[in-house]
Design a protein. Structure first.
Length: 57
């Protein structure tokens, strides 16, 4: 799905969704599940930009 959104500054952005599934907001993830993930935070805006992959055993 492709759509366009305008931000607070009036700049138009093209958004492409590769996942059409609806997800419930506000679901808490158990610490044990979070520890199983390998999260790589990127240098530019790490709260927004990160990669998640399964942790290798």
């Amino acid at each position: 799905m492709e759509k366009f959104q305008r931000n607070n500054f009036g700049i138009l952005h093209r958004c492409i969704s590769i996942d059409e599934k609806e997800y419930t907001k506000g679901v808490k993830i158990l610490d044990e599940k979070m520890e199983r993930l390998q999260i790589e935070y990127h240098s530019l805006h790490p709260k927004w930009n990160y990669s998640i992959s399964p942790k290798g055993d």
